[in-house]
Design a protein around this ligand. Sequence first.
Ligand SMILES: Cc1cc2nc3c(=O)[nH]c(=O)nc-3n(C[C@H](O)[C@H](O)[C@H](O)COP(=O)(O)OP(=O)(O)OC[C@H]3O[C@@H](n4cnc5c(N)ncnc54)[C@H](O)[C@@H]3O)c2cc1C
Length: 411
Amino acid sequence: MTTELLAPAGGQEALVAAVQSGADAVYMGFGAFNARRSARNFSDEEFRAAVSYCHLRGVKVYLTLNTLVTDRELPALAEEARVASECGVDAILVQDWGVLAALREIIPDVPLHASTQMSLHTLSGVAEAARLGMTRAVLARELNREEIAEICPVLDVSRQVRYPVLGATWQPRAGIAKHDHVAWGFARALHRMGVDLVQNCQVTGFERVGDAVVGVRTTRGTVRAGKVALAAAGHTSVLADELGLRLPLQSHPLQALVSELLEPVHPTVVMSNAVHVYVSQAHKGELVLGAGIDSYNSYGQRGAFHTIERELTAAVELFPVFSRAHVLRTWAGVVDVTPDASAIMGRTPFANLYVNCGWGTGGFKATPGVGWCYAHTIAHDEPHPLNAPFGLERFTTGALVDEHGAAGVAH
Ligand SMILES: Cc1cc2nc3c(=O)[nH]c(=O)nc-3n(C[C@H](O)[C@H](O)[C@H](O)COP(=O)(O)OP(=O)(O)OC[C@H]3O[C@@H](n4cnc5c(N)ncnc54)[C@H](O)[C@@H]3O)c2cc1C
């Protein structure tokens, strides 16, 4: 079995980033029949150029024609499919059975894939898709109560609870990455590259010449620097305050809890927005739990007891079997939350001073991409196109990037 690294490409920048980062294939849309129809999308010409760009680099291109269509829309859709076929697209992702039948007739040589939107979830469903000529099926991730109970028997799916579990979405191939291992991996690589990493050294202020920052004052002396980049998460506003710079950030504790070691009984991460908790079991056996931020602002790294109480109530409601487990450790990190729940990355009103903050509860997974964009911003003294919309200016222009729907417990 070979694994294909397939990346979404919502625009030119994402396409180039996917190809340069080693994707084997990309999926993208143009025209009116994909889920990004009201977002910025590829024009016909751009799509043609994108296919050539990918093929020259050995990367496959899949077109998403994966919305439901009416009879009236079918001719326009057929035209789009013809254009895609002429461009040499490697496969088309479909949802609608009518579209499948139409495409089989119009462009019989182009492979068709069953989109997740087709909701295939049984062997017979996949077999039927194969019989109709589809060469790939992406299984739906929706589960009913019985399926949930089969995968995670310790979860209470009975009707006798405050919020009965009716169904779930599942990402069986998702994984867990360990923050410490990743951070130390980066640190070791930097060390090998000759970067000085000074530990146990607190920045206490800045050296300035007029409106330019030319160094930092630390508990171990002053460091002169041509450029200074802030990346202090919940303490960024404390540092910026040294310069009289007010940032649109609120610092909140975000707690995590760990239990004693238990036998392995819980096979996956379960997260509930209804009762607001996530529960997983580490490989060694501890339960790892967490939820959203403490509601008040604080730099305390313990967090509030009532938050712990609420999280554990939710956890025990979902998993009565864990009611006799003991919590061994609780702690909080101080996360930096912006008004639109999106990060801030870019220049500041001070020359040579850059800022990267506002990642809130979900910045870990963004680390490699963030590092790349921040390095570009610092090196070129202007944002990379990917982080251009995430500058401080948006809080005065009003061009906010609202991510509230994606932030919160669901990181
Ligand atoms: C409990 C918890 C669970 C989380 N779970 C997830 C998750 O599942 N997925 C996810 O994507 N994200 C998660 N996050 C969020 C994620 O950890 C952060 O968004 C991410 O670490 C932010 O990265 P950063 O480099 O901006 O800041 P940090 O990783 O916080 O690093 C900032 C560094 O600056 C240092 N610093 C602060 N002030 C100074 C100073 N004056 N001088 C010198 N150094 C200073 C700090 O010591 C720290 O080392 C979680 C956070 C917490 C607290």
